[in-house]
Structure formats: C-alpha cells, structure tokens
Design a protein around this ligand. Structure first.
Ligand SMILES: NC(=O)C1=CN([C@@H]2O[C@H](COP(=O)(O)OP(=O)(O)OC[C@H]3O[C@@H](n4cnc5c(N)ncnc54)[C@H](OP(=O)(O)O)[C@@H]3O)[C@@H](O)[C@H]2O)C=CC1
Ligand SMILES: CC(=O)C(=O)O
Ligand SMILES: [Mg+2]
Length: 610
C-alpha cells in the first residue's frame, strides 16, 4: 500500500477534528482526562511515519491528534506549546559545554524532528549559525566519521560510474528535489582535503537554504562525490566514512563529474540548481567555466564570496567617501575566494567606465610565491591583468610598505599573516583602513578582530569569514562584520529557484553585492561595521532574493511564468512553513510535494532566448 493511502485512511483531507470528538476530552494545560475515542475517528498511520523526522511533533501532538493517530499514551501527558518546545530545545542546546556537543545535539534534533529543528534555527540564527555553519561545522567535519548518525544526503563514489542516475533515484524525496549542493571534499574551509567528511559542509549550506531563505528541505539534496582523498591520516582513521584511496585525477575525474552533472539533470530535471562547494581552486574554476553556460550552476566559493567581498568594498566606499577606483587593494591569497572577488570588483569598476587595465591598476595579488609580477611563469588567465611590472618580493610586509594599501583582503588560510607591522603601516597611511580576514574557520583567520582594532588604534574597518565578538577599545564597543558568503548564496538560490532561472549570470552577483552594501545604516557604517548582523540574515536573503528574482525575470532568465510584481507573494506562499499544519490533514500531507507546474510552452513575456 502506498504511503499516501495509509496516510489518508479514515480521514478526509482538509477535515478538522469534530466537535463530538473534542468533547471527549477535558484538558487543562498539564492535566488531561480522556475518554476513549470512537474507532472511526482514528487514523491508521504506521507508527514509523508518525514518528518520522518529517511528521513528528514531539510533545506538541495535541490530545486529539494523539487519539486519532493511536499514539495516545506513547508519550507523557504534557502537550507542549510552541514556546515550550523552543524553551526545551534552547535549554538542551545551552547545556552542552562544547560547540561540537551542540552540533551533535542539533544533528540529532534534525534527524528526529525536522520542522522543530528549522523553527529553532530560524529563530536563533545568531546562536546557531556558528554551530551548523562556520566555524563549528569545520571542526565537525574533521571528526565526521565519529559524529555520523545516518542518511543526510547522497554519497557517490568513483566506483559508481555508469550507475549515478540509479543512485540519485534512490533518494527518498527524489520527486521534489530542485537544488543540489555538491562537494568533493578537497578544500573544506581552510582545513584542506577532508574527503567524504566534506558532506558536513554540503549539509550545512543547504540547511541555510531553508533556515535563511525558506526553501523547503524536501527540495534540497546535499551530495558528496567520494573520489578518494589524498589525506593520509583519513586513510588510517578507523572511523573514516569514505573510500581509502588516492583521489581520481585528470580526465578520469573530469569524466566522473561530467557524468554526475548529466545524471542530475536527467533525474531531477534540467532546471535543477547545482551549487558547487569547497572544490580545490583549479577544479572549481575549471568546472565553473565548463558548466556555467549549460547548467543552472554556480560556485559559491568563487561567486557567492565575490558578491559578499564586493559588497564589503562598496561599504568601505560608503564610509571613506572615496571611490573604489582610488583605493589600493592587496589580495593575500590567489584562490577561489580572492580571484572571485577580484573578478567581480574589476567588473564593477569597468561598469563605471574604466578600461580593464585601469580597473586592475591598483589591485595587487600576493600568494606563497610572493607578489604577482609579470615575471612570474604560468599565471592563471583570470590573474594576468593584475600582474604588475615591479620588483618581486616574497614579504607581505614589504609589499604593504611599498604600495600602502587602503584595503587588504586575506583568503589564505594562513593565521597571523596580517602582522602588527602590516596593520600599523596601513593605519599610518589611511584614516579607515579596510581589513578583511576571509579565511575559515576562526583558527585560520589572517588576524583577529582584537588585533585589527588594537594595532590600528581602533581605526580598522574589520570583517572576517567567521564570527568574532565585539571588542571594547578605548571605551568604544567595536563590532566586526562577518564577511561570509552566507549573506549572498541563500538570496541567490532563493531568486533562482523562485523564477526557475535557466542560468545564474554574473550580473546577479554584482546586483547582490550592491544590495548587500545598502543594508547597514549610516550610523552602523560609521562605527565600522560594513555587513548586516547575522541575526538579520533571513531579512538579507529575502530582500536580496526578491531583487535578484525580479532581475532574472526582467532579463529573460526565468522559466516560471511569474511577473516581477508577483515575486514577493509567490515567495511568501511557497516558503517552508515553520509552524505545524493547522489541521491533521495538513500536517500529514507534508511529504506530498506538488510538482512545479510545467512551464514548457509558457514562456513569460520577459523571456528572451538565452
Ligand atoms: N568568508 C567566506 O565567505 C569564504 C572564505 N573562504 C576561505 O578562504 C580561504 C581560502 O580558500 P580558497 O580561496 O578556496 O583558496 P585556496 O586554498 O585555493 O588558496 C589559498 C591561497 O592562499 C595562498 N596562501 C596560502 N598560504 C599563504 C601564505 N602564508 N602567504 C600568502 N599566501 C598564502 C595560496 O598560495 P599558493 O597558491 O601559492 O599556495 C593560495 O593562493 C579558506 O580558508 C576558505 O575557508 C573561502 C570561500 C568563502
Ligand atoms: C564560507 C565558505 O564557503 C568557505 O569558507 O569555504
Ligand atoms: Mg566554501
């Protein structure tokens, strides 16, 4: 018998509890007296469905529901309200001494009570993001095998070639999947190659889709491509969950990922959004170039970070009242994050009328080989324009003394790279030097908030990839910004999924950057915080998501037949409901996802051929 036939047994969809039935119970908040209900009122739902992560309301099952679902007596008498449930979770959450302990608790909560979990995350973004996202998720990935407690997504290994479609079809909610976040685990935050343990990152990113952007979890599928790991310590770790082989490489690796992309669209449809996360930089760029014009694909480390990086730079422009083209900017690190930001920054400057060479003139790159000069052999294409005809130096301090940057952007995973001398040199030449320490998790930051404020005499406009608490300096409370792509990707995926965009063009990342820069008030900007607060992340996702969705419609990228003025209403109507259904039928109807209406042949009037 199908799942739905079981669910519908004995109940008319949409019906509510009858008056007669209600009169069978006498309830006070904590004291319940029941007379047995008549048999036709009960619903024979398998107990594993009632108590499944999707349906379980824990102690919030009402007395009527307990009776009708034949689960009465399987839990204590207390019927908890929403606030009481939140209190219970909050008390548990705070009772753990370590953040990994909290992470572990939240995993169990998600796996037992999905809706309750997302209620808690959405209402406590400020406290929970540092656990399910950076920095704690990074630490959790290092011990992921130990923390593993069952299915969170799909693992496809290098032995699955030729069978990927079949594996993707094994996902229980395959009919509702609309977006995928995939990693091959090779560059997990700044922690390096964590192989199959990287699944924790894909899960964390997708949880933010739901918690911040309201996308139903049933539409989301985290995937780990287990192509081996070159991390020897994982090969020897008895709790490691992945293949203990060297990584696939070369053509074999590319063909593997090609087959994966084809399997995704043939299983879930060609509108599926495919988010790449934490691939090693050369592969990240290679796949972005390969797929961005034929799939609905983006790379968050390159493009999401670029939107947030440029948003921060536009914030510095607001504070200093000096146009970005007049700032001297040093990028420390030449990986996905730094190159992505520099590319978008160049695009922004060229949109202001500068030539490519002029846009790149004041932008310097520095990596493990020192400053990027024209003398360097084999420069990645994207960086050529930034290479300078200057004397080579291996020292970042020397470079900073030489070019006196007003802004430094670190994405190196090299903690302490921004020394006291560097920060003091910048503060001596600039009233409000911009210091970005993008690297994650916290232990990888190029400098801490305290160092940035102390060594700059409180002048620094400091932001970091991971959260830092406010710092008291000379009687002032200075609040760092969080320069993290979590202020961009939820909005971008919300927009893309809302309008069923065919592609994710560069312009939407530029637009997101501009919108993000407008968030902080003038007062907040002047105090040195150029990003919104983490607790505003839902509002950021919604507002930027709406703007980007309208842009996609107006520029012919949308497949859904939706007018720009209807975007807000559509989002509100279709977003994940954090509260339980108001009737039994609504509660139990949850797993039945309505397929997106086919829009084939219904191009909206804004649509151009792309
Ligand atoms: N805040 C956010 O939203 C995001 C943060 N990140 C973080 O940024 C960091 C980098 O990631 P990604 O861009 O993918 O970069 P990669 O790890 O691919 O590259 C790191 C770059 O830093 C350089 N580097 C390493 N050590 C030093 C050093 N001591 N001095 C100078 N340069 C150094 C490397 O140089 P070489 O090539 O010569 O080895 C390389 O160019 C990670 O910590 C990641 O977590 C990433 C994406 C988003
Ligand atoms: C935030 C993020 O995507 C990273 O550090 O890789
Ligand atoms: Mg990342």
């Amino acid at each position: 018998m199908s799942f739905f036939r079981l669910l519908n047994f004995g109940i008319t969809r949409g019906s509510s509890i009858s008056k007669t039935h209600q009169s069978n119970c006498e309830c006070s908040p904590n004291l319940i007296k029941i007379r047995p209900s008549s048999s036709h009122d009960t619903i024979r739902v398998p107990i594993e469905v009632v108590f499944s992560d999707k349906c379980n309301k824990a102690l919030a099952f009402t007395l009527e529901e307990r009776q009708r679902l034949c689960i009465h007596g399987l839990m204590p008498a207390c019927v908890r309200t929403y606030d009481e449930q939140m209190l219970a979770i909050e008390s548990n959450f705070h009772s753990f001494e370590s953040n990994v302990g909290r992470y572990r608790y939240l995993r169990a909560l998600r796996q037992g009570y999905e809706r309750l979990y997302f209620q808690f995350v959405s209402k406590n973004v400020h406290a929970v993001l540092p656990i399910i996202y950076t920095p704690t998720v990074g630490l959790a990935c290092t011990v992921y095998g130990m923390l593993y407690r069952g299915m969170t997504g799909i693992h496809i290994t290098k032995h699955d070639r030729g069978h990927m479609k079949q594996i993707l079809s094994n996902w229980p909610m395959r009919r509702s999947v609309k977006a995928i976040c995939v990693t091959d685990g090779q560059r997990i935050l700044g922690l390096g190659d964590l192989g199959a343990n990287g699944m924790g990152i894909a899960v964390g990113k997708m949880e933010l889709y739901t918690a911040l952007a309201g996308i139903p979890p049933s539409m989301l599928l985290p995937i780990c491509l287990d192509v081996g790991t070159n991390n020897k310590s994982l090969h020897e770790d008895p709790l490691y969950i992945g293949l203990r082989d060297e990584r696939l490489k070369g053509d074999e690796y590319v063909c593997f990922v090609d087959e994966f992309m084809e399997a995704v669209v043939s299983t879930f449809g060609d509108q599926t959004l495919i988010h790449f996360e934490d691939f090693a930089t050369p592969n990240a760029f290679m796949f972005l170039n390969r797929y961005q014009h034929c799939y609905c694909h983006f790379n968050d480390d390159i493009q999401g970070t670029a939107a947030v990086g440029l948003g921060g730079l536009l914030g510095i422009q607001r504070i200093t009242k000096k146009p970005l083209e007049e700032h001297v900017i040093v990028f420390a690190g030449a990986g996905s994050a730094a190159m992505g930001i520099a590319y978008l920054l160049k695009m922004e400057l060229m949109s202001r009328g500068l030539s490519e060479a002029d846009a790149a003139k004041n932008i310097y790159f520095y990596d493990q080989d020192g400053v990027l000069t024209t003398a360097r052999k084999s420069i990645p294409d994207i960086l050529c324009v930034f290479a300078k005809n200057m004397k080579e130096t291996k020292s970042l301090e020397t470079l900073v003394e030489q070019v006196k940057p007003s802004i430094i952007m670190g994405a190196t995973s090299a903690p302490g790279l921004f020394t006291e001398k560097i920060i003091r040199t910048m503060a001596a030449s600039h009233e409000r030097p911009g210091i970005f320490a993008f690297s994650n998790p916290t232990i990888k930051s190029e400098c801490t908030a305290e160092q940035a404020y102390k060594f700059s005499d409180g002048k620094a406009i400091y932001s970091a990839g991971s959260p830092f608490p406010p710092v008291e300096f000379n009687g002032k409370r200075l609040t760092p910004g969080q320069a993290n792509n979590c202020f961009a990707f939820p909005a971008l995926v919300l927009a893309t999924m809302t309008v069923l965009a065919t592609r994710m063009p560069d312009e939407i990342f530029l637009l997101a950057a501009h919108e993000l820069a407008e968030f902080p008030t003038n007062e907040e900007m002047q105090s040195g915080r150029i990003y919104p607060l983490v607790k505003q992340a839902n509002e950021v996702a919604y507002k930027i998501g709406v703007k980007v969705a309208k842009y996609l419609i107006e520029n012919g990228y949308a497949k859904r037949n939706l007018e720009p003025e209807d975007v807000e209403e559509y989002i509100e109507k279709n977003s994940y409901k954090l509260t339980y259904g108001s009737s039994l039928a609504e509660t139990w109807a949850y797993p039945k996802m309505k397929p997106h209406p086919s829009t084939a042949g219904h191009e909206n009037k804004h649509q151009k051929k792309k």
